[in-house]
Design a protein around this ligand. Sequence first.
Ligand SMILES: Cc1cc2nc3c(=O)[nH]c(=O)nc-3n(C[C@H](O)[C@H](O)[C@H](O)COP(=O)(O)OP(=O)(O)OC[C@H]3O[C@@H](n4cnc5c(N)ncnc54)[C@H](O)[C@@H]3O)c2cc1C
Length: 253
Amino acid sequence: MNIVVCVKHIPDPNIPPEMDGKRLKRDGVQGVLDPGDEFGVEEALQLKEAHGGEVTLVSMGPETATEAIRRGLSMGADKGVLVTDPALQGSDALTTAKVLAAAIRKSGDFDLVIAGVESTDGYTGTMPATLAELLGLPQVTFAKEIEGGESSIKVQRQTADGYHVVECSTPALLTLTAGANEPRYASFKGIMAAKKKPLETWSLADLDLGDVAVQQEIAELTPAEERKAGEKFEDDGTGAAKIADFLAEAKVI
Ligand SMILES: Cc1cc2nc3c(=O)[nH]c(=O)nc-3n(C[C@H](O)[C@H](O)[C@H](O)COP(=O)(O)OP(=O)(O)OC[C@H]3O[C@@H](n4cnc5c(N)ncnc54)[C@H](O)[C@@H]3O)c2cc1C
């Protein structure tokens, strides 16, 4: 089973983010493989262990995004591809999907594409569905467990109350929920082996793509409103009614 995992390189979420104008500062800040995408890498490795095949990591980002790919390679993935090009700076989710679709097509035959439900920094959550459409693939969202088969997969799909069981023909694209598995640590041996694994860097000129001009402009940036102190009710016997009124006013009940 050949699996492609989309991996995004993001500023370390454990460090307070810095802004560069209206965008998140990426240059000169500590970056990591998006923790949400570690679940995708782990799932792909488990499927490969059960069914054989190859795991390819694909990313689009600045040159430093190779760090995220190296991390996935040291967990056990076989090869990686980074698409980087100054013309892609400030890309929106649609441009990202167009570029990743071209890179995935170029990287060879695949049975499955795995992405996170949403990234930890941009979190539009729209890139994977756009990618599925561009690749002409069926998509299963919010996967929490995957059973691989010859020409189909069986997926447990997280819902608010439990899960759906969905069967889907392959090739397919699925988004994996955070917590679907326990991502493995990269061993010292894995880190050393990763240095010798194939990692290609492609520019826009290497991809068969038409116009991918970045069309998104961030019009305005507003800091999130500070959390207000809550309202405290003294229970003089009317506490329950006051809380019910408060919830009704907030249209919660
Ligand atoms: C030079 C350059 C600079 C960039 N600067 C920024 C920036 O400042 N801020 C920013 O958020 N993005 C930046 N990007 C990346 C790109 O613009 C975003 O990845 C894209 O807008 C997707 O948005 P999202 O994170 O909301 O996707 P979502 O839909 O929330 O992502 C869902 C899942 O899709 C996959 N995915 C998303 N993006 C990528 C990716 N780039 N590579 C591989 N898999 C991916 C991951 O599996 C992720 O978990 C840059 C790219 C380049 C080439």
